[in-house]
Design a protein around this ligand. Structure first.
Ligand code: ATP
Ligand code: RIB
Length: 311
């Protein structure tokens, strides 16, 4: 195995709206799409579509959504040995996308809120065979902390995407993380600092590096990404594309970055590749439905003349 994703899966109920309804109003929306989502699953699918061998540690409910999620993981080549059926409803995410391609997301965690430290221990042999552990915050924090400790004990690098933002995240328990990948609002919440300018983002990220994090990688939407480490900082501007639906862009970015890392690319090259992969994803509707396979991404990169590091 290459990558262990220890995290969530959801069913995305994506409604494309002309505007949000007022309280008490019924409003027709132009379009709807049902898809597989959840930050953990999205990141796993992106990495797997690019060619990484991914094992998922996750929980689904005991409903029809669960069958669909398991089938989707398998169809995308993901090892589901540690995706556990649970006496709960599956995670669900009603998502609203406006004409400017901005999204608003509700999450109902369901079975995801039952993913436990013991689930990690039960998957220990498979996780130990991986070169990277990837985490998000749609499962209990105690499970996330246990995964961080597991990585440290077994010498496996850990990437944490602190999304959705959680004010109770205990910095001391994640201070040793190898790759910390927030977006700008998650960074603001964790540090309490303003992040209105790139310089402010850099100052906040530097603060985390000074406290012990190895690499802080801040995704900045249509602006691109900022990487800060003890060696310095680098800003990589986003690719210029026409955005249709940015839902799951951060997950596309993390899946592609993780894949590039385990394939041995240096961090700067892995970031360029992830930046291009995520930009392509925002040109298409949906979350996982917008993630290219390795072949599709190679074709898109050559059509657009991107100088994207290949993996
Ligand atoms: P989400 O929660 O919707 O998944 P996020 O807030 O976690 O997104 P963003 O910072 O919005 O993540 O985007 C992640 C990456 O996707 C960016 O760093 C960039 O590489 C790419 N990206 C996002 N939006 C655009 C855009 N409009 N044009 C080009 N690239 C984009
Ligand atoms: O990051 C996008 C994801 O957030 C969606 O797929 C939704 O399920 C929520 O988890």
């Amino acid at each position: 195995m290459d990558i262990a994703v220890i995290g969530s899966n959801m069913v995305d109920l994506i409604t494309y709206v002309s505007r949000m309804p007022e309280q008490g109003e019924t409003l027709e929306a132009p379009d709807f799409r049902l898809g597989c989502g959840g930050k953990g699953a999205n990141q796993a699918i992106a990495a797997s579509r690019l060619g990484s061998k991914v094992v998922m540690v996750s929980r689904v409910g005991n409903d029809a959504f669960a069958d669909n999620t398991l089938t989707n993981f398998r169809d995308n080549g993901i090892d589901t040995t540690h995706v556990l059926r649970t006496a709960a409803s599956s995670g669900v995410a009603p998502i609203f996308v406006d004409p400017q391609s901005r999204n608003s997301i509700l999450i109902i965690k369901g079975a995801n809120s039952l993913l436990s430290p013991e689930d990690i221990d039960n998957a220990a042999d498979d996780i130990k065979s991986c070169q990277l552990i990837v985490l998000q915050l749609e499962v209990p924090l105690e499970t996330v902390y246990h995964a961080v400790d597991f990585g440290r004990q077994h010498g496996i690098p850990v990437l944490l995407n602190p999304a959705p933002a959680d004010p109770s995240l205990d910095y001391d328990k994640i201070a040793s993380i190898d790759y910390f990948v927030p977006n700008e609002s998650e960074l603001a919440l964790l540090t309490g600092n303003p992040v209105d300018t790139i310089d402010q983002v850099k100052t906040s990220a530097q603060e985390l590096v000074d406290k012990g994090m190895r690499n802080v990688i801040v995704t900045l939407g249509h602006r691109g990404v900022l990487w800060v480490s003890a060696a310095g900082s680098e800003f990589i501007p986003a690719q210029s594309v026409k955005a249709v639906d940015t839902t799951g862009a951060g997950d596309a970015f993390i899946g592609a970055f993780s894949h590039s890392l385990v394939r041995g690319l240096p961090v700067a090259d892995a970031l360029r590749m992830a930046n291009a992969y995520a930009a392509d994803s925002v040109t298409k509707q949906g979350t996982q439905s917008s993630y290219a396979t390795a072949e599709e991404f190679a074709a898109i990169s050559s059509q657009m003349g991107h100088e994207t590091p290949s993996v």
